[in-house]
Design a protein around this ligand. Sequence first.
Ligand code: GDP
Ligand code: MG
Length: 601
Amino acid sequence: TPSELLRNFCIIAHIDHGKSTLADRMLQLTGVVEQRAMRAQYLDRMDIERERGITIKSQAVRMPWAIPDADGVQIPHALNMIDTPGHVDFTYEVSRSLAACEGAVLLVDAAQGIEAQTLANLYLAMENDLEIIPVLNKIDLPAAQPEKYAEEIAGLVGGDPEDVLKVSGKTGEGVEALLDRIVERVPAPVGDAEAPARAMIFDSVYDTYRGVVTYVRVVDGQLNPREKIIMMSTRATHELLEIGVSSPEPQPTKGLGVGEVGYLITGVKDVRQSKVGDTVTNAQKPADDSLGGYQDPKPMVFSGLYPIDGSDYPVLRDALDKLKLNDAALNYEPETSVALGFGFRVGFLGLLHLEIVRERLEREFDLALISTAPNVVYNVTMEDRTEVEVTNPSEFPGGKIREVREPIVRSTVLAPSEFIGTIMELCQSRRGTLLGMDYLSEDRVEMRYTLPMAEIVFDFFDHLKSRTRGYASFDYERTGDQAADLVKVDILLQGEQVDAFSAIVHKDAAYAYGLMMVGKLKELIPRQQFEVPIQAAVGSRVIARETVRAIRKDVLAKCYGGDISRKRKLLEKQKEGKKRMKTIGRVEVPPNAFIAALSSD
Ligand code: GDP
Ligand code: MG
C-alpha cells in the first residue's frame, strides 16, 4: 500500500474506559472479523488478559476503510490499529507502540471523565507528536454526561468541545464517523523509500509453533521475505522466513514498505533476540543509524519466589525460562533462603507484573509458590565510598554506611475535590511531597506528588481507593532517587536471623514493622520443647520481642504401655512431620507459618 493511503493509530484510555470493546467494533465494521467469529475483546489473547479485562501485550491489526474524495469516489485506505497495554507497569511498551503511530484516539468514558492513566498516556502521545482525536465513549449509559466531559477534554487537549466525537463501543453508535475522522485527521506516514531499510520493533511475542513473532513499523526503505536482516542493538543477523500483516490473523505479504506495520518471523526462539525498541535493518544494505530509543526494560520491584514443595524447584526454573521467552522484562536469579530453601530472586516492572507472573506460574505450570514481600532496589554507599546495589533486604550491608538512596516516582492523583484533604493525609503518611495541584473542572482536581517508590508499590493504591470510595485514579513514573533514612529490620528466632523476613524500612517505621512481625510469628510458631524468643532488631539493637513458651511434648505418653506397633507408628509419623518442618537453628517451623507471615493482610 502506498504510504499516502496508510493511517497508523492507537487507542489510549484509562483502564475500563472501553478500548478493547471499541477495537472489537472497528474490527467488525471494517469487515476483518466476521460477525460469527466475533468474541468480546478479540485482541486480548492471553487468558489472564481476558479474565482480568486488561491488555498486557500490544497487538497490531490492519483494517480497510474507504472514504469518498472530493468527487465522491470511494478511496480505499489501510488503517493499522495498534493496541497498547494500559497499565503503568507496561509504560515502556506503551511508548514504543505510540512511536509506531501518527495519531491517537483519546478515549474517555462519558460517565467517568478523564482519569490518571488518560493523562499519563496523553502526555506520552504528545511527546511523540501524535495527532490526538478526542472521543467520548459509552454514550449509551444512562449516567453518561457527554457535554460536561467534552468540555473537560477540550480544556485539556485544546479545540472546541463540539469537535469531541461521541461513540458507544457497545452499540457501535458513532464508530463509523470515528473511522472517517481517523482517515481525515491522522497524517499519512512519511519516510524515505530509497534509503536503507529501518523498522522499529514495538512488540515481540513467542508462539509455540512459529517461534518469536516480531511486530514492526517500517520507517524507511523496504523489508522483503528471504532477505537477511540485522538487529541493530545486538548486530545479530537472521533470515526473514516470513513477513506479513495481521488482519487480525497473520497474512504473509511480499514485503513491507514505508509506514507499513506488520510482523516478521525469523525462527528465533527467545524474545530477548528481538527486543522491543530495537531497529531492524537490511544486512545487504544496512542503515548507519538506528532509530534510537532502545532501552532495556528495567526491573523496579523484586521478590523472592520459592516453591512450597522444595522438590518443585526444577519445575519452577523451567517455568521461568518458558515465561521469559515471552516476556523480555522478566529477570531472575537463583537464590537460597535459610527459611525457604531454594528459589529465585525475580525482578518485575511493577506489582501488576509480579501478580501476573505469579498467577501464570501457578496456573500454567501448576506450582504452589511462596513470594517474599516485594521490595524496590536500594543504593547503599559505604563510608569507604564503595557502592552496593541491594535487591534483597537480607543482603543489606552491615558495615559503616554513608548514605542509602531509594527510587522515587512522580505521581498524579485525580479525584473529586472533596477528597483533597484525605489524599494529602495519605500521601504525607507515605513521605510524599506535593508538587502542584490543578482543577480540571469545578469539582475535580489533579494532584501531583513525589513519593518514594517503596511507599507505593505495596498497598498505596488500595488505600487510595478505599479512602476515596473508589473515585480516585492514580498513575506514576519513575523519576530518580533520593537519600533517605532507611534501616534494615531483622527478625530473629532464638537468636537466628530469618532471612525471608528482613525488610528495609524508613527509620520511623522500623518499630511498627518489628512489632507487627513478632506479633504475627508468635501466633504462627508452634510451641517447642524449649522457650523460643522472637525478636526484631536493627543491627544489634532489639526493638521488639515476644516469646513462645515451652511445652514437653511426649507422643509416647499417650499410649498406655503395651502396643509396640502403635508406638512405632507414632514415632514414624512424628519423624515424617519433622521432615516437612523447616528448621531455623533448633526451632521447627511449619512452612505454613512462613506463608502466613509473608502474606500482606
Ligand atoms: P479497556 O480496559 O479500556 O480495554 O475496556 P473494555 O473494552 O474491556 O471495557 C470495560 C468495560 O466497559 C466492559 O465491561 C465493557 O463491556 C464496558 N463497555 C465498553 N464500552 C462500552 C460502551 O460503549 N457502553 C457500555 N455501556 N459499556 C461499555
Ligand atoms: Mg482492554
